[in-house]
Design a protein around this ligand. Structure first.
Ligand SMILES: Cc1ncc(COP(=O)(O)O)c(C=O)c1O
Length: 361
């Protein structure tokens, strides 16, 4: 073989395929395939985004200082321990680069977010998936899969695509069961939607030591997926390493401006949270009313189980034929399932009506 050689893990990566974007020839497509914000972005964030148009020739602030200060103010965190990235995907990948490599293992739960496997393979580490119980991360199974090669354990809480979560006490037990030198990454991309009393995104565990990082995103409740903006709250030592390896201008000026406006627009966040708390149960109940099994979700999407892979693929096609996009789950090893985002009222009603038509046909 000639030419440059990638390290072996890279060749094992199946490129991440996002939710479908559009339906050829169709205008008004209902997009419920990528867990985006049902209500779009805050008008204040849009205005902030537009305000940077005259400065496109300038580099952004490489430290994202004003954005980190705003996040710190809202959440009560020290801005020096916040690192921003081009989506939380970037932060997750950087953590993989810093803490894992060939011979190491990155551990996550069976139906954990697909990027976890990709970030392990990308650095030549071995991805290890611990079995779930009832589509929920199983702490005992994760702890049983830990060995001397384990470097990172990643937990999406709540998880995508299942929508299930672990309580604060359960995550504490997970951390307590891991060796000190193993990094626990808590990916809390959907934290803002959660209304369960026993849930926390995990900041208190970050504060408790040197080995927990919590990642967050602006792609979900803040409605800024297009801008690619995420962040993490980390121990000083981890933040220091992230700042060494990240690109010097990894967050665009537009993302910084819009993010600062979005995170401080408490009214819009509350409206989005209320919308989701009303329509997620409505969507789940509607699907259950059609005879489908729905995994209990606390995020902004639900996982619906069909009879088999054939029926779920046919349902996705039928919905697409009516200009409604949902997410097939073959890549997650759940071909009998579809993940459906919570949309606006009329979108949610149309999904249930259309699936009803499909199941009657
Ligand atoms: C659990 C989870 N983590 C991280 C991300 C990535 O988010 P971002 O857009 O910030 O890269 C997603 C996106 O779907 C997600 O579901």
């Amino acid at each position: 073989m000639t030419g440059p050689r990638a390290h072996p893990g890279v060749l094992d990566i199946k490129p991440y395929v996002g939710g479908e974007f559009g339906v050829p020839g169709a205008q008004d497509v209902i997009r419920l395939a990528s867990n985006e914000s049902a209500l779009g972005a805050s008008p204040k964030a849009r205005a902030a985004y537009e305000s940077v148009a005259g400065e496109l020739h300038r580099y952004p602030d490489g430290a994202s200082a004003a954005l980190r200060q705003a996040i710190g103010r809202v959440h009560g965190f020290d801005p020096a321990r916040i690192v921003c990235g081009a989506g939380s995907d970037e932060i997750l990948s950087l953590l993989g680069r810093i803490y894992a490599g060939p011979g190491d293992e990155v551990l996550y739960s069976e139906y954990g977010f697909l990027m976890f496997k990709i970030l392990a393979l990308a650095v030549g580490a071995k991805p290890v998936a611990a079995p779930e119980t009832g589509y929920r991360a199983d702490i005992d199974a994760i702890l049983a899969a830990v060995n001397e090669h384990t470097r990172i354990v990643i937990l999406a809480n709540p998880n995508n695509p299942t929508g299930t979560y672990l309580s604060a006490g359960e995550v504490r037990r997970l951390r307590a069961g891991l060796r000190e030198e193993i990094l626990l990454v808590i990916d809390a991309a959907y934290a803002e939607y959660v209304d369960a009393d026993d849930y926390t995104p995990g900041a208190e565990l970050v504060d408790a030591g040197e080995n927990v990082v919590m990642t967050r995103t602006f792609s979900k409740i803040y409605g800024l997926a297009a801008l690619r903006l995420g962040w993490c709250y980390a121990p000083t030592s981890v933040a220091d390493l992230l700042n060494r390896v990240r690109g010097p201008f990894n967050v665009t000026a537009a993302a910084q401006a819009a993010g600062e406006a979005a995170v401080t627009d408490a009214g819009f966040i509350e409206e989005s949270r209320r919308h989701n708390s009303q329509w997620r149960p409505w969507l789940s109940d509607g699907l259950a009313g059609l005879g489908l099994t729905v995994t209990p979700s606390i995020a902004n999407f639900v996982l619906a189980h069909f009879e088999d892979a054939g029926q779920s693929a046919a349902a996705a096609d039928f919905l697409k034929g009516r200009n409604i996009l949902v997410r097939g789950m073959v890549g997650y090893g759940l071909p009998q399932c579809l993940r459906i985002g919570v949309g606006r009222e009329e979108e949610n009603r149309l999904v249930i009506e259309t699936l009803g038509d499909f199941l009657k046909a």
